[in-house]
Each structure stands twice: as C-alpha cells, then as structure tokens.
Design a protein around this ligand. Sequence first.
Ligand SMILES: Nc1nc2c(c(=O)[nH]1)N[C@H]1C(S)=C(S)[C@@H](COP(=O)(O)OP(=O)(O)OC[C@H]3O[C@@H](n4cnc5c(=O)[nH]c(N)nc54)[C@H](O)[C@@H]3O)O[C@H]1N2
Ligand SMILES: Nc1nc2c(c(=O)[nH]1)N[C@H]1C(S)=C(S)[C@@H](COP(=O)(O)OP(=O)(O)OC[C@H]3O[C@@H](n4cnc5c(=O)[nH]c(N)nc54)[C@H](O)[C@@H]3O)O[C@H]1N2
Ligand code: SF4
Ligand SMILES: [Mo]
Length: 876
Amino acid sequence: MDGARGHETRSTCPYCGVGCGILLQPDGAGGLAVRGDPDHPANKGKLCSKGSALGETVGLGERLLTPQINGEAANWDTALDLVADRFKATIAKYGPDSVAFYVSGQLLTEDYYVANKLMKGFIGSANIDTNSRLCMASTVAGQKRAFGTDTVPGTYEDLDEADLVVLTGSNLAWCHPVLYQRVMEARKNRGTKIIVIDPRSTATCDQADLHLALAPGSDVALFNHLLTQIEDKGALNPASLAHVTGLEASLRTARADDVHKTDLDASELAEFCEMWIGTERVVTIFSQGVNQSSSGVDKVNAILNCHLATGRIGIPGCGPFSVTGQPNAMGGREVGGLANMLACHLDLENAEHRAAVREFWQCGPLPDAPGLKAVDMFNAVGDGRIKALWIIHTNPAVSMPEANKVRKAIDACDFVVVSDITAQTDTARLSDVLLPATAWSEKGGTVTNSDRTISRQRAVFAAPGQSKDDWLILAEVGRRMGWPDAFDYENPAEIFREHATLSGIAANFGKDFDISGLSDISNPDYDLLAPTRWPISQTRKGGRFFADGAYFHADGKAKMLPVLARSPIEETGNEYPFRLNTGRIRDQWHTMTRTALSPKLSEHLAEPFVDMHPQDAKTLGIVPSDLVQLSNKNGVAILRARITSAQRRGELFAPIHWTGETAPSARIDALVTSHFDPISGQPESKAAVVAAAPFKARWFAFAVSIKPISPNATYWARARTKAGWRVELAGEKPVSDWEVEARRLFDISDTPVQIMQDLSRGETRLAFSENGRLTAALFVSRHPVAVMRDYIATQPGQVGDMVLAGIGAIDQPNPGPTVCSCFGIGVNSILDTIQTRGLMSVEAIGDALGAGTNCGACKPELNALLKRCSPIELAT
Ligand SMILES: Nc1nc2c(c(=O)[nH]1)N[C@H]1C(S)=C(S)[C@@H](COP(=O)(O)OP(=O)(O)OC[C@H]3O[C@@H](n4cnc5c(=O)[nH]c(N)nc54)[C@H](O)[C@@H]3O)O[C@H]1N2
Ligand SMILES: Nc1nc2c(c(=O)[nH]1)N[C@H]1C(S)=C(S)[C@@H](COP(=O)(O)OP(=O)(O)OC[C@H]3O[C@@H](n4cnc5c(=O)[nH]c(N)nc54)[C@H](O)[C@@H]3O)O[C@H]1N2
Ligand code: SF4
Ligand SMILES: [Mo]
C-alpha cells in the first residue's frame, strides 16, 4: 500500500475519530471525487454520509485567502511580525503566563507538535489547551488513574470479535457511523448482542437488544451495581486481579452506592448484569455521555473497574473502548497538547521528564505545573490575565460552555489571533489578526484514530490564495520570536521524525507511546507511509495493550478506583424544570463551517430543534413545529419543537451545530453552565437546566432564494440547497409591507413579484421571477408555515408559477426531508414505496430505491420508517 491507488491519492477523512481511509481524485476544475479506501484497515472501503460528501465542501467560495489585520487584508510578513511582536512584548511585560494558545484535536500531529513545543518549550508556559478538554479529557484522566498511562487497550478488530457491545453515552450510529456499521456486520455474522446506555433513545438503539434509559449522570451507580453483581455471581477473575490493586476498596464503595439513582427497574438491571457477566467477550464503548460530565472521570473508572475485575481487557473481543471524537484527538494526546501534559505521554510534574525534553528541544526551563484548562483559560481571558490569545482550528465562541461569556471575553482580549480556513465564524469575527490556513486536501501530515492507527492525510490541491499550513504558520512565528533553529522545519516529515525520536526517549522512561521505529523515516517513505498502529519500535509492534498484565503504574499494576455516583451539578427545580442534553446529528460536523457547504448534508435536518416528551409538550401547550424558547441564567435559545417519546419526561435534547452564521438564536452552548469535572476539567456539556416556553411569534415565514439570504428577525435558520438557500424565520415585530421586507431580505429591488394574500388567515406569499424563472419566494403566516418545503427548495432557478401554491404540481411529488444523503432520497418517497410495494425490510427498501445501500448511515432511520407503517397498511 502506498500513497496512491491508480489515479487516486490516498488520504484520511478529516471528520471523526474512526479515521477512515479515503481515495481522492481531483477533476482538474476544482472538483473532487472521493470514495472509501478498500485497503484501509479502519473502514475497508466504507464511508459515511459526511465522508462521502467531502467533494461538496472543497470549493473556495467561503475561504479565507489572505491574512487580515483588523478586518483589512494584509501581507504575511506584516501579519506574522505583528503576531510575534505582540506575543513577545506581552511576555516581556507580564510574563509567559499572560499568553495562551487554544488549539484543536483536528490539527495534524505535526501542527500540534509545533504548537506544543512553541508554548511549553520556548515561551515557557503551559497555557496551551485544546478543544479536546471538552471532548476526551475525562477519558485521559480515567485511563491514567487506572492504567498509569493514557492508553486505549483494544483495536477495531475487537469489535468484530466481541459477543456483546455495550454503548455507553455513545450515539455510534450517527457519530462513528462506519464503526457502527462494522458492529452491525459482526452482529450479522456472529450474533453480537448490543446494549445501549443513554437517557434518550437514539438511532444507535435501532438494533439494540437492550436500551437502558438511565437518569442523566447516573452511569457510575449502574457500573457500581454491575461490579457488585460480578462479585456476587463469582465472576471475579483472579488471574487478571493479580495485576490489579484496589479491588476491595472499589467493591466496598460500589456496595455503598445506590442503584436507584439510575431510575432503572429491577428487571432491566438484572438483564444488563446477566448479559454482561454471562458473556465472555464484552467491549464497552464509551463517549461523550460519559466524558462530558462533572463526574466524567469517575464514570470512566467505573467502567474500567468492571473490565479489570473480570479480565475482559487485552484479549480479543474484550475491553473498554473510548471512541475518540475528532480525527486527531489521539494524536493531540500523543504530542501532549493538553495543558497538563508534556509530550509523548511524559509528565509535566516529573523533573526527570522535563529535563529530558528540555535537553532534546534545547530550550529554557519547562513549566513545572499545569497551565490553564479551557474553562479557566477563557475565564482568564475574560478577566484580563491572558492578554494575548491564539486560537487555532476551533470555534470556542460557539462550542465552549457559557458561549456568550466566552464570546465577550475573546472580544475584550487585548490581542486575539485566529487561524482558520474561513473568516465566517463566530470566533474569527472577533480576531485582531486572522490567518488563512490550508484546509484538508491541501495539506499533508498524520492523524491517529481511535485504535492508535496513524494514517496520512495527503494534499491533492495546491494551497489556495496565500494560505499556509498550520505547522508553517506556527514555525514562522516561533522563528520571528527569536528561535530560528528550533523552528527551522522544511516539511511535516521533518517534524514527524523529531516527534518519533522524542517518543523513543519517552519509551525509555517506560512510557507506552513509542513510535521510535519511525524516527529515521525518509521523506519519500513518509510520503508513502501506510496506516500503522502504535507502538512502533524495535521491540514492540501494533497490537493490544495489557495482554501480558503489564500496566504502567510504578508497581506495574493497574488500579481499580473506588468511585461513588454524583448527580450533575445543576439541579432542576421550579425555576428551571428541564434538564437539557446536547449532542450531534448525523450529517453535520460541529459548528458546520465545512459540512454546511454541502447541500446534500444540509437536507437531512435543515433547522435546529429541541426534542421533548409528548407529556411535557402538552403541559407547555406546544405542538409539533412550534418554536420553543429555552432560557436560564446564561442565555436564551429559540428552537423548533420535535415531540418524541425518545426523550424521558423532563428532559430535552438539542443539537450543538448551529451558530451566529447559521441560526443565531440556536447557539446551544449559550445555555450550558461551565461546571466541570474536578479532575479532568472537562465541562458538563450534557446537563444544563432550563425553563421552556412556547415562543410567541407574531409571524412565521419560510423563504427560498438563489442568492444568499441575510435575515433580520428574532428567529432565523438558514441552509444551503442545490438551488440556493432556504431559510426559516419568525418575528415579534409587526411587518407592515411584506413586499418591502422581502426585497430587503433577498436584496432585490426591481425583480417582478407575484403576490398572493389571504388576510383573514394572515397569510402572504410572494414569488420573485426573472424571465420566467423563480429567483426567490417568501411564505408568511400567523402560524408555523405549512408548505412543501423540500419541493419549494428545489424551485429557485426553475421555470413555472406553481410555487405560490406552496405545493408541488400534481406530477411533482414532494420527496420530504432527506433520509438517505448518499442518493438524496426523502422520507415521503420512502414511505410511499414501503406502502405501495409492501416492503418489509431495510434491504427491500435498498433494492427498490437504493436508500441505505452506500454508507448505510440511514439504516436506523429506514427501520424507524418501516415501523411507522403498520403491518395492516402493508397488507392492503
Ligand atoms: N455526525 C457527527 N459525528 C461526529 C461529530 C459531529 O459533530 N457530527 N463529532 C465528533 C466528536 S468531536 C465527538 S466527541 C463524537 C461524540 O460522539 P457521541 O458521544 O456519540 O455523541 P453525542 O451526541 O455528543 O453524545 C452521545 C450520547 O450521550 C448521551 N448522554 C447524555 N447524557 C448522558 C449520561 O449521563 N449518560 C449516558 N450514558 N449517556 C448520556 C446523549 O443522549 C447522546 O445520545 O462524535 C464525533 N462524530
Ligand atoms: N453543549 C455542548 N458543547 C460541546 C459539545 C457537546 O457535546 N455539547 N461537544 C464538544 C466537543 S466533544 C468538541 S470536539 C467541540 C468542537 O467544537 P469546535 O472545535 O469549536 O468546532 P469546529 O466546528 O470543529 O471548529 C473547527 C474550526 O476550525 C476551522 N478549520 C477547519 N479546517 C482547518 C484547518 O485545516 N486549519 C485551521 N487553522 N482551521 C481549520 C473550521 O472552519 C472551524 O472554524 O465542541 C464541544 N462543545
Ligand atoms: S465514519 Fe464518516 S466521518 Fe468518521 S472518519 Fe469515517 S467517513 Fe469520516
Ligand atoms: Mo469531540
């Protein structure tokens, strides 16, 4: 396997931590064909909807192509000198801890290594933290407590070989779709059982044998209960426990815990314990339902305790498995990108480790204590302790808890540098200096996925405009700050070799992370590097950790930790009766700066929403499609109501993706308080408390347009379509003339308009056409607008005058919201086909329509649609 396959270039998907291999073929006109790499061990040719749509996201329309200073274009020399001078001057005046970097688990390892070296080695502060603090920090801390090191013990092959997969706080079907499909494949082949532990019912529950809708935050109580049952049923494993300390204390504490905290009934608990204890090969996958909690580290240890006690670790088909979110969350941990780590899994607090790294980097004294973790860092930005901040490859004005406060803090900071690929983000808009980075497909380097496999990203496009690679921008600043030799890199390969060499030094201290076998890799071999799982050294290669019972604490053993369940910090009550859970949807990535460029991906869920239980909706007087206002002491959000028994009563769920650019009233982190786990510093992003009420709009509207739309309304949300744009709006202020308002909204003055009005019902419809082709249309109503949105969204640019009817012509079926992104198949088409052809299975839908036959990410939704069509309907 080398860097190419015929005319295609091998690379790695830039989204989730599955780390799928992908084959790229530019079309010579800026377009890019993509497909899964059949030779990559993570995905064996498969891609999910996001990976498949990468070709729609590489256009340059919204790219930042020149450096900017205070919003004005500048040249690189001026911008880089300014950054270096301001950081130097701040450090000279206020000391190294007056500056900070906030970086990202999406950086390539080489970028990340240089950022960490610059801050910890040369600036001499540990004030570099990363969005991984919001993501993996609890797992890092939990694994270190248990294993003496931050190691994911298993590999993806364990998912093929397990007989029971327990998904705890993980919506794998939507967030790691290719891994989920891999588990489904194993289920088909060997009957793997599935348990989902999640307060809400998700797409991941589709094939679950058991779904435990536990009380939010109560995972520790559940796994403590399991631990007591493990002892009671005689399932402790003495051979494994010979390598483990802490059993007695952990059992004692587990027995003192109260399983009623979980809200689960006795039969559910019994079934869970029976399945877990009765199956030898168990993998427990966990993710943000575990990590993003004020007891996140304890949740991790409660899970690890059960695996250590039973020896279900280090052997095929077994193990705790933390799936990483970002493409290089793992690589960031390897280079020591968090404020409390050094490099290559070495410890900041260890004088020998510091001395070794200092000697290697040839730098001044390294900081001997952790720097500011994300929440504290932005607090320090807010109160003026941090006077110069560099934000790279992340969008904290949206994604940090208390996002409004964070936005204000960044805005007020003396000097803010942002490196991004677009100027159109909530954070970039707050920068003093904005630096254009090359994007995925324009740059090369390495990333490490969830199972420690290092893969290459490779460039297939030249750097557009003046953009530069992140490692190069950082190195340029390092040189200009006075360290020309330390940052004299010519290419990523050189950085990679340095990193690999340092890992060898770390390994001599007995550390797990060791890629010293690659420290002499030549530039051409680096270019050809095939996916390789660490460790990679003369003596160690690839496989699982801990099979030999050798752990990394000083006594060579693992530790079980006594942990007691704690509730989320904020409690619901009269003022804030609802618990607000937050997370992801299938087809968007975080703050949407890339996935929202794809019309295909925007069709799945085009608008931000809040899910609530039917009883709660009834009490609040909310019906489907109403707008709901959520509020608490931090902020307000307005979202579209979806009423579903997938939610427990009293609990709401809202997605994290919408921003000031796409739906300013739906920035969900504006509501999340920045409470965090005391050990990991990871925020409790899934357990805010809020009040909810119907949003009393005076009018509602739906708009489509060929050109971008710039709304000005209390509520709006926009999405790209193949034909242009679609927007939902709602307002509190009366509008006296809708034609004037529409012309402003669409930025069109002379275009002829057709107007339809029904004053008694408060409805106005306007269609603007040029030469018979529709340019824009607006549908206004006193109530949530009822029109065939998915049909109307296809109409801009089309000839015809049916659009004002709000429905398609008889021969124009309305496909409904997209379910299968790969083939663009809507919910109505699928329901229709199920009914008319009497289809009984997901496979039959695939045969009839193609839906679900490419990436498979929509299979859970197809199943849900099958269930919606009752057998009686099917028979008729
Ligand atoms: N489509 C898509 N995929 C992604 C991403 C994306 O933005 N979009 N982002 C990537 C990143 S960076 C990450 S970190 C991963 C995250 O991947 P996941 O962690 O799978 O995703 P989330 O939706 O954040 O949360 C998972 C589940 O935790 C549940 N949960 C909430 N509270 C609790 C609790 O107390 N206990 C338990 N057991 N469960 C709870 C939520 O209901 C939710 O269904 O996804 C990655 N993949
Ligand atoms: N309430 C709540 N909040 C959450 C979460 C949650 O579940 N609930 N999840 C948290 C988690 S797990 C995560 S990982 C974070 C994610 O949150 P963020 O990291 O803030 O989100 P992204 O949209 O991934 O931001 C990446 C930024 O980098 C830019 N970019 C893209 N490519 C490049 C490049 O090559 N170079 C540079 N320099 N920039 C680039 C993008 O345009 C974008 O602005 O959100 C966290 N916040
Ligand atoms: S599962 Fe999807 S998003 Fe994740 S790496 Fe694979 S193709 Fe990319
Ligand atoms: Mo994440």
